[in-house]
Design a protein around this ligand. Sequence first.
Ligand SMILES: NC(=O)c1ccc[n+]([C@@H]2O[C@H](COP(=O)([O-])OP(=O)(O)OC[C@H]3O[C@@H](n4cnc5c(N)ncnc54)[C@H](O)[C@@H]3O)[C@@H](O)[C@H]2O)c1
Ligand SMILES: O=C(O)C(=O)C[C@@H](O)[C@H](O)[C@H](O)COP(=O)(O)O
Ligand SMILES: [Zn+2]
Length: 377
Amino acid sequence: MSDNTASNNTVISVSGEPGYDVTVGPGARHQLRASLPSGVKKVLIVHQPSLGRIVNDVRDELLADGELEVLLAEIPDAEGAKRIEVISFLWGILGQSDFARTDAIIGFGGGAATDVAGFAAATWLRGIAVVQVPTTVLGMVDAAIGGKTGINTSEGKNLVGSFWSPRAVLCDLELLEPLAPNERTAGFAEVIKAGFIAYPEILDIVERDPEKALDPESAEFRRCIELAIQMKADVVGQDFREAGLREMLNYGHTLGHAIEHAERYQWRHGAAVAIGMMFAAELSRLAGRLSDESVDRHRRILESLGLPTTYRAGAFNQLLATMQRDKKVRQGQLRFIVLDEIGKPAVMQAPDQSLLFAAYQEIGEESSGAIIQTGSR
Ligand SMILES: NC(=O)c1ccc[n+]([C@@H]2O[C@H](COP(=O)([O-])OP(=O)(O)OC[C@H]3O[C@@H](n4cnc5c(N)ncnc54)[C@H](O)[C@@H]3O)[C@@H](O)[C@H]2O)c1
Ligand SMILES: O=C(O)C(=O)C[C@@H](O)[C@H](O)[C@H](O)COP(=O)(O)O
Ligand SMILES: [Zn+2]
């Protein structure tokens, strides 16, 4: 971590063109005015419905110096926002309000909101500034950082989008207070991903006390969050456009995205990724790359947090068809991020369908789906 200021904020820098800072800590949202590029006259705050009250306060704070015009755009909740109609709605507001290249968008909400706000910013006038204020665990450790923006189509998840870096990311830990426990848990799947692919310290913390790791008041929670952010910042700083290294961040996502699609986006992203990581671990083991113990460790850790590790046994063919549209496919061949050991991700090229099926059998059963639907607690 690069800097720990008196205000109890940690600042993690992401290198790139432009580089930017991720500020983590209670009250980080109050740095929003200072995080906007100089010369901005208008800002559009793109936010989820549940955040109306806090967004009004944020608007009042931005209006205080009398220099900004601040507009609000409420978008549909969760994956319902990641649609072209919502982008078109935002383009309409930007057009009718004469947003110029020097103006800015603020993404305020979970990963769905920051993905949409980022994509609107990337496409308006071929690119205006965006500052991200993630309000979920998942948004803070993953979605708001790294500049992957986009929407879903009826064929699959995140099939349309762009790489467009934010000017700043403000992870205000106070904003997590009203977040439902199931959302915190689902978001933690991406924290665990960071543990499996790069920072096993996260896994050790969770193994010692899963409840504490999930408690936003605990030092353990903060340490896990900051390690996951540091990991994402390091990776996207080296490989912004996913030419190689960045693919590791897709651990668990090939099957995970197919599950989200099969469930018509009613499942939480993190929950689907948890199952996807279990599948990738089994695939790694069956290919002789990962030990039985490391696979058991996946299952133990994910289940200790209440994350799912199994999915409908009969769904393999449907999921396989959807996985063919994964962005990592090359010349029609599927590619998976696997592990050679914990902390050592690698790419598996074109695995046999029989191997995929065998790995799927290890995770296939009737799933309860209990914690994972949008809107459940
Ligand atoms: N761009 C990336 O690099 C990247 C990385 C990971 C995930 N994602 C995307 O992020 C999305 C998932 O993000 P998510 O898990 O944050 O889900 P989400 O954005 O759907 O938010 C989850 C729920 O929490 C609510 N919420 C948000 N903040 C809240 C708060 N502070 N208090 C109470 N409720 C709050 C939302 O209204 C929503 O109902 C997926 O679309 C996924 O594809 C993108
Ligand atoms: O930032 C990345 O790169 C990731 O892969 C992070 C993932 O957690 C995230 O869900 C991402 O949106 C998936 O990317 P996609 O390219 O497979 O859509
Ligand atoms: Zn993800």
